[in-house]
Ligand binder design. Sequence first.
Ligand SMILES: [Zn+2]
Length: 232
Amino acid sequence: MSATSTLPLVLVGIGGLGAPAAATLVQAGARHLRLIDDDRVELSNLPRQPLFGTGDLGQLKVEAAARRLEAFAGPGGLHVEALALRLDGGNADALLEGALAVLDGTDGLPSKLALNDAAVRQRVPLVHAGALGTEGQLMTILPGETACVRCLFPELRERDDFASCQQAGIVGPVVGAVGVRMAAEGLALSRGERPSLAGRLAMLDGVGLRWRTIEVRRNAACPGCGHAALAP
Ligand SMILES: [Zn+2]
């Protein structure tokens, strides 16, 4: 087994994307996670969030997840920083401090953009992920080198014009598949390898169960990572 870094992999959002990602990370050998989520476990979470059971209802997701993940890790031990916080533009930079990489398991555009901008500023690699209906998407951002989330969606600003998961619904197997692949990207980063989706957007068609991947170029005028954004 290859050596893994002791710096934390940060996971923002322990829901349909983040819960399978966290389980995959720990089962593959990750030993230091920082979990960020201020939600509590609800009955509707149970079908697609493998870290939680009926005994966890009403508890903070980060605490219930930490207990379950520690059990997965076994005698090798696992260091979990469980932060019951909601990431936003005001705290995102601090929450990424010292991170090896960050995985985006959030479900709203404002938090995805706040996380993207902080990751670019802090030069922390970001695995961006999303799932809606029967479709999922994924892209890894190497700050200063590959396209960021705002390069991908240049027209987006802080407005959340898109239906959130709560409004449009999500399909368990789709988010699970995206969450597991998000973990694979994080594991590559933790081994010092170049992740397969650096600068490439992978889209999952959950009906046909097909992945399609396209190259995404950086936008020099990007408000997130362009020359103007990173100028001193
Ligand atoms: Zn950009």
